[in-house]
Write a protein that binds this ligand. Structure first.
Ligand SMILES: *Cc1c(COP(=O)(O)O)cnc(C)c1O
Length: 403
């Protein structure tokens, strides 16, 4: 058997580029993670300020989640939904309790969670709202990111995501993000849903105007449109609340979750809503071989328990405030704007000072991993278990890099 670990980072990067094509990764080869720290093949240590796009809110290889994974892996990993298993119901019960809804549907990737919400909204439209067959419209936002499946890229505003992947799925229209009046104007009798992120993550950590989500919730309620809230990235404490919509007292009509639902251990996504909506989905309408499998369910329970036991949403709220305070003290001509909530923070770099990528590369040399988004924005989203002194160090490094 080949010794897979006896390779240098450079050799592994070369091999990666030989066998696959779909990412332009930063030149770091991670081989171990613990809490907020990751280590490369050569043993160099980095503070992870991306946290796998907020999937690792609980920190890398959280012992409690690892234990749940190991324990379940030795018992039963997959039943398929052809049969019941003795873990899923408890996971979904816990998730319903955590979110405040009565029903859940488990899937795997975030994009599948979004697809699930879209299918529920469409079927609800035809069977409850009585929209004429195949006329259902779903409104989305300019600058959205909801995943990479064919239907989801059909309504992306990123040319590269959809160009040459057509024909695209019809039935979507896009309105400016953060503009409640534009939503109102776009709704027709055939509109069944409005899909949005509470903060646009991949779009550049775009925070909508105060009260936007509350306005959206009211407009949707008044017009009989389902609000599909994609909290895949913003959920589970990332923005300083359990869900970002909590700032506006809404979790939408269908809440879409993924990423940190597994503490970075396993692909798990889910949607939650109330029975009056979920009940449109009948046995056989939708599913996935791995969705709700016992391994995922055990991991999901442990990941949710860690969020609760370690008060991670509250921690994110306080530490986010602290860190943004430190950032506010950095006087740099390069900074256009610092925005975000909790520990979801974007630092936008003025175009005349170049792109954010070289700054991320400089931070990497200093032992901090983060990734630019939308060319001009450095995104800082560390695991929520991070300590004040670590954030202080990140702020010091940022100050020097931005000087
Ligand atoms: C990451 C993300 C997705 C897609 O999740 P995948 O697991 O990559 O399919 C969808 N919506 C938002 C807001 C995301 O951040």
């Amino acid at each position: 058997m080949e010794n897979y670990s006896a390779k240098s980072s450079n050799e592994i990067i070369e091999l990666t580029n030989k066998v696959t094509t779909n990412y332009n990764s930063m030149p770091v080869v991670m081989s171990r993670g613990e809490g907020v720290w990751v280590y490369d093949v050569e043993g160099n240590k980095y503070l992870d300020c991306l946290a796998a796009y907020s999937a690792v809110n609980q920190g890398h290889c959280h012992p409690k989640v690892v234990a749940a994974l190991k324990n379940q892996a030795e018992k039963l990993t997959l039943s398929s939904r052809a049969f019941h298993n003795d873990v899923m119901a408890f996971f979904l019960q816990k998730l319903c309790k955590y979110t405040g809804f009565t029903k859940a549907l488990p899937m795997n990737s975030g994009a599948e969670g979004v697809e699930t919400a879209l299918k529920i909204a469409r079927k609800w439209g035809y069977t409850v709202k009585k929209v004429p067959l195949d006329k259902a419209e779903i409104i989305v936002c300019d600058g959205n990111f909801h995943g990479r499946t064919t239907t989801v890229v059909s309504f992306s505003s990123e040319e590269q995501y959809k160009k040459l992947f057509g024909p695209l799925t019809p039935g979507f229209k896009s309105v400016p993000y953060g503009d409640a009046n534009a939503l109102k104007a776009a709704i027709t009798p055939n509109t069944v849903g409005f899909l949005l992120e509470p903060i646009q993550g991949e779009g550049g950590v775009n925070v909508p105007p105060e009260g936007y989500l509350a306005n959206v919730a009211r407009i949707c309620k008044d017009t009989g449109v389902l609000m599909l809230l994609d909290e895949i990235q913003t959920g589970f404490g990332r923005t300083g609340k359990k869900f970002c919509g909590d700032y506006d007292n809404t979790r939408g009509d269908i809440l879409i979750m993924g990423k940190a639902l597994s503490a970075g251990m396993y692909p798990i996504s889910a949607v939650c809503c109330n029975a009056s909506i979920m009940d449109v989905i009948k046995a056989g309408d939708h599913g996935s071989t791995y969705g709700g499998n016992p391994l995922a369910s055990a991991v999901g329970i442990a990941a949710l328990e860690v969020l609760e036991e370690e008060n991670l949403p509250e921690r994110s709220f306080e530490l986010g405030k602290y860190f943004r305070g430190l950032l506010a003290e950095i006087k740099s001509d390069k900074i256009k704007e610092v925005r975000g909530k909790g520990l979801m923070i974007g630092i936008e770099i003025k175009k005349e000072f170049g792109k954010a990528r070289p700054l991320c590369e400089e931070l990497k040399r200093r032992g901090i991993l983060c990734k630019e988004t939308h060319e001009q924005v450095i995104r800082i989203t560390p695991p929520l278990i991070i300590e004040e002194k670590e954030l202080k160090w990140v702020a010091e490094q940022l100050k020097e890099v931005l000087a």
